[in-house]
Write a protein that binds this ligand. Structure first.
Ligand code: COA
Length: 629
């Protein structure tokens, strides 16, 4: 679900991404995290020739033979001694020496802040926590109070730097993302957005924003002695909010945050011209997080994981919960009235692995029996936030309602709980579960379209200082050979198995290269960007149509496996993209696939059914071949 935006990836003059990152950097100049963080390696700039060779090999299954020949010619020119490649590589290496992470700085700006599409569905992603067991309003309130208490507990660990360092394959991960996760917000700008982080200022916020009936309230969540309020105390506050009268002629201000960013930027400036509005918007932006106490969801969504996913991603549309949000906030915790519970996450601030750790922490905490004594301190009433809505903003709210409803209507999202086997089965055949699933997705795609497409899997780059996400190019010559052979009656099963094993090995190798910093996608695009910064004529390799084909991904995939049964999902970030998130347990695999209905070539129901068949057929191949061996 990482956001890949090949169309607007290049930007002149990247500049400093945002104050947020700066603030966080400052925040680490004390305490034990600094020593830890300093010990993490800088992301290296990979050797130029290797990247170029791997890029050419990634093109093989995607482009035609004559196109590949042309690209190879352009590449030779690029790599000539003293040529453009060498110059740009040197510039990039110089830049890498002066930044904490040359890829992250570039990616934050181009992949998130410069994007003009709405944040809702196109950029923000979500998690659904396991279904909660409550049936009435009091149950919903109690669940919300427990959830916020767990968030505050997590915040304390971030603030005192006691959040345990995470590890991947036995190596420590960068923890920087946590510093920015709470008390931050995205501010719309006409050309580019910016991020603000309030958590480290001398008057760091002590309140959350609660959304209920599309109205917003601030609630103080710390007692005067600085201790976080208890579940019981928070319940009292949330009951007060739920019992407050519904404003007559209330306007759905929150829906404005679902607009395209340039449009929202224009109306944001207009909105905050009014002092009362300015104060309300500032209170939301400064708050630690959003808590959205939702109403009903459309019945057509059913009661399954699909409904929960849609609720977390967009809220169901303007008549349901889409205005009960502030999509610019980094973290929105959402509790539905029927027991659904989860998060909507601003991707610019935090990625899947870090937010999954938060979701897992909350889920585990909410299961623990409550130990806190009854409330002692009388708390101030929650403050309702007021907005003065002028006729022109009222019109924009109407437009935003319509555009939001279009998005909700257009998004097709399906959940497949594949319970025939999980990680254990695949490992028993000495295969990588992740690579196995990647090959199944590619086989399913090939079975429908009879061709391979550019596809990628998100990889965590947190082994490096300030590392965010990398791109594993999942389509390889080996994967193409496997999918093309699988349904070929002329091929023997032994050969098919060999091709599967080889494709899996190649994917696993590519994964290792990516997470170790030997990246292709990020390197090539950074070199292209460097050509603009250095103001040299654009080398042919970057205007070559093959580049678009290679990076115009049709399948965007990501594995996010939770320890506590949370489910991760995202929407497609481009009209023709399929997004697939999947999670493993020992014995099953859950997929959340999505696509836009308006893309006539895409059909997520068909792809997900074909994927189920592909997994079963691949299992049969493994079982038959090993029993006959
Ligand atoms: N034989 C037996 N076992 C194997 C094996 C083999 N040949 N290859 C791998 N395994 C095992 C691994 O040791 C691991 O064991 P564990 O369950 O005890 O940990 C398990 O299978 C899973 O490994 P694998 O399926 O290969 O995947 P991975 O855990 O290495 O994950 C990524 C690969 C790319 C998903 C991971 O590196 C990553 O980056 N995850 C984050 C993605 C992300 O951030 N997404 C969100 C974007 S917002």
């Amino acid at each position: 679900m990482m956001r890949i935006f090949s169309r607007n990836i290049v930007k002149v003059g990247m500049g400093n991404p945002c104050g947020l990152v700066k603030s966080c950097r400052l925040s680490l100049v004390s305490g034990r995290y600094l020593n830890y963080w300093k010990g993490l390696p800088h992301l290296p700039v990979p050797p130029l020739r290797e990247t170029c060779e791997r890029y050419l090999s990634a093109l093989e299954p995607i482009v035609k033979e004559d196109e590949l020949k042309q690209t190879t010619r352009l590449m030779e020119e690029f790599l000539k001694e003293g040529g453009d490649g060498e110059k740009l590589q040197k510039s990039l290496e110089r830049k890498a020496c002066t930044t904490d992470n040359w890829l992250t700085d570039h990616g934050l700006q181009t992949q998130y802040l410069d994007r003009r599409e709405p944040l809702v569905v196109f950029s923000n992603f979500g998690f659904a926590l396991p279904q909660m067991d409550f049936r009435d309003k009091l149950g919903q309130i109690r669940c919300a109070a427990k959830l916020i208490t767990a968030v505050l507990d997590f915040k304390t660990m971030i603030d005192n730097e006691t959040l345990p360092v995470e590890y991947m394959r036995g190596e420590p991960l960068c923890m920087m993302q946590y510093c920015q996760a709470l008390s931050s917000c995205c501010i719309p700008g006409l050309k580019t957005d910016s991020l603000v982080f309030h958590g480290k200022s001398s008057n760091a916020p002590k309140h959350i924003t609660v959304a209920h009936n599309s109205q917003f309230f601030t609630v103080e969540v710390y007692n005067s002695d600085g201790t976080p309020i208890t579940v019981d105390q928070l319940c009292v506050q949330l009951e007060r909010i739920c019992n407050s009268p519904l404003e007559t002629n209330m306007e759905l201000v929150g829906i404005l945050t679902t607009l395209r960013r340039d449009s929202w930027a224009k109306w944001y400036d207009r909105l905050v011209q009014d002092p009362s509005n300015r104060e309300s918007v500032s209170a939301i932006e400064r708050s630690i997080c959003m808590l959205c106490l939702d109403g009903a969801m459309p019945q057509v969504y059913g009661k399954s994981g699909r409904c929960a996913a849609l609720q977390m991603l967009h809220g169901g549309g303007s008549q349901w919960n889409s205005a009960n949000r502030w999509f610019d906030k980094s973290l929105q915790f959402i509790i539905g009235e029927g027991g659904t519970c989860g998060l909507n996450i601003l991707h610019a601030v935090i990625d899947g692995t870090a937010s999954l750790a938060l979701a897992d922490h909350i889920t585990a905490s909410m299961k623990k029996p409550q130990m806190m004594p009854s409330p002692v301190e009388l708390l101030p009433m929650p403050q309702k936030l007021h907005f003065n809505i002028t006729p022109d903003i009222k019109n924009v709210i109407e437009e935003a309602k319509q555009s939001m409803d279009k998005i909700a209507e257009d998004l097709d999202l399906r959940v497949l709980v594949f319970s025939h086997f999980g990680k254990i089965f695949i490992k028993a055949y000495k295969l990588s579960p992740d690579a196995f699933v990647q090959m199944a997705i590619q086989l399913a795609y090939y079975r429908i379209y009879q061709q391979c497409c550019a596809s990628y899997e998100a990889a965590s780059m947190r082994l490096f200082r300030k590392g965010r996400l990398g791109v594993i190019m999942s389509t390889s010559s080996a994967s193409a050979a496997f999918v093309k052979s699988f349904d070929d009656p002329k091929k023997q099963s032994t050969e098919k198995l060999e091709l599967l094993e080889k494709a899996i090995k190649v994917h696993r190798w590519n994964t290792n290269m990516e997470i170790r910093g030997q990246i292709i996608y990020g390197h090539i695009l950074a070199l292209k960007n460097q050509a603009i910064e250095d103001d040299i004529p654009m080398p042919g390799i970057f205007t070559d149509p093959s580049l678009d084909k290679a990076f115009n991904f049709r399948l965007s995939t990501s594995q996010m496996s939770s320890k506590t049964g949370c489910l991760c999902f995202a929407g497609p970030d481009q009209p023709e993209v399929y997004d697939f998130c999947y999670s493993f347990t020992d014995d099953d695999i859950t997929f959340v696939g999505s696509a836009w209905k308006s893309c006539k070539e895409n059909n997520v129901i068909q792809l997900i059914q074909t994927l189920e068949d592909a997994l079963l057929d691949m299992r049969m191949l493994l079982e038959n071949e090993t029993s006959s061996a």
